[in-house]
Write a protein that binds this ligand. Structure first.
Ligand SMILES: *Cc1c(COP(=O)(O)O)cnc(C)c1O
Length: 386
């Protein structure tokens, strides 16, 4: 029987039964650039750090055990992972990408990949007919679900069917859900992307990124590109992410419970125009989310009654921080208009619903009562004109 996700976060089954590394319970950090050879034509299995490192290997195997698939690559950031991924394509290739992606991914596609000859169609994958955009040059479908920040839910199984009927790769950025809640490879995706900076690391203390796949032909090409371009994750950072993953299961559970409590509290406030959280039954993607994931995550997007109200929230919060990023133990509030999505053209931003009254909340693992107490104080102060 396959083990539960919390056990997999802590133990790597394939290396069990041996006492390696002097029995160290915490996997050692192999802080080395290169490796001595026992003899001519011989190798310990490690030759140079750009290619592989034992600490990073342990991390990559852990991510494979959580996400499924046959191999994973660990990168110095999520964007490094996506940048390398785009090297699978050549000038003239066309990619259909969801229009509500992480702002940095949109910037990469528009500012760098297009310059290098790739073509993109940016569409609302949760509601538009994807087939209408497929051409003879289309090579991939690139989605996030739920999307960032508008939390649109795309049916991964249906997207995989369309992709495979037309010979496209389905690429899913699973950063928001993590393997605790969703495994895109088992739903038909070919490649999974992660910003390990977020929930996998979980402590807002380092950057990392991952690509995971179950396709041997793809992994061979990716490994070649990886050793050639050198955006690998450093040994110490690999160890930090390994340590972060140990508590991933309980962190996701607590953050999600807090997000649900905050969503319910937000419903009681008349200044909140809109709450987008897939865990609410009224969210249009709620049923699909239930069918393809084991949870709803801890990301909430809200629209307030005005831009001034939204900015006042950012000015007044204290324990909760006004900061970019997400997925850490600390609750953070982001202003997508000038932060994560500042480089997304205004008309696309507005079309996607990212107005200047929108805030994105990454709910952490503090006590829900304390989070709600702080938000109550802030909202009350704004409303009483203090
Ligand atoms: C943050 C993020 C990225 C980029 O990852 P970095 O580690 O910041 O480079 C990609 N996708 C999503 C969904 C993200 O939230």
């Amino acid at each position: 029987m396959s083990r539960g996700i919390n056990t997999k976060c802590i133990h790597l089954e394939e290396t069990e039964g041996k006492v390696d590394n002097y029995g160290a319970i915490s996997y050692p950090i192999y802080q080395t650039a290169t490796y001595a050879h026992p003899g001519v034509g011989q190798s310990t299995g490690y030759d140079y750090n750009r290619v592989s490192n034992p600490t990073r290997d342990q991390l990559e195997k852990t991510v494979v055990s959580l996400e499924g698939g046959s191999d994973a690559l660990a990168f110095s950031s999520g964007m490094a992972a996506i940048t390398l991924l785009m090297e699978l394509f050549k000038p003239g290739d066309h990619i259909i990408a969801d229009s509500d992606l992480y702002g940095g991914s949109i910037r990469l596609f528009k500012e760098i990949n297009e310059k290098n000859g790739l073509k993109f169609s940016s569409i609302d994958c949760h509601k538009e007919k994807i087939e209408d955009y497929i051409t003879e040059n289309t090579k991939a479908l690139y989605i996030e679900t739920p999307t960032n920040p508008m939390m649109n839910v795309t049916d991964i199984r249906a997207a995989a069917k369309i992709a495979h009927d037309h010979g496209l790769l389905l690429i899913v950025d699973n950063t928001f859900m993590t393997p605790v809640f969703q495994n895109p490879l088992t739903l038909g995706a070919d490649i999974v992307v992660h910003s390990g900076t977020k929930y996998l690391g979980g402590h807002n203390d380092t950057l990392a990124g991952f690509l995971v796949t179950d396709r041997d032909d793809i992994i061979e090409r990716l490994r070649f590109l990886y050793k050639t371009t050198g955006s690998c994750l450093a040994p110490f950072d690999s160890w930090l992410i390994l340590r972060g993953i140990k508590t991933l299961g309980i962190r996701m559970k607590q953050a999600e419970a807090n997000a649900k409590a905050i969503a319910e509290w937000l419903k009681t406030r008349s200044s909140v125009r809109k709450i987008v959280y897939p865990g609410l039954p009224e969210h249009p993607g709620h049923e699909i989310q239930k069918a393809q994931a084991r949870g709803f995550g801890a990301m909430l997007t809200i629209e307030l009654e005005s831009k001034e109200y939204a900015l006042s929230v950012l000015e007044k919060i204290r324990m909760i921080k006004y900061a970019e990023s997400l997925g850490g133990v600390e609750t953070l509030i982001t202003y997508p208009t000038t932060q994560t999505h500042a480089d997304v053209p205004e008309e696309i931003r507005i079309k996607n619903g990212i107005t200047d009254s929108v805030l994105r909340i990454s709910v952490g693992i503090e006590d829900a009562e304390d989070l709600i107490a702080e938000l109550t104080k802030v909202f009350d102060e704004i409303e009483s004109g203090k």
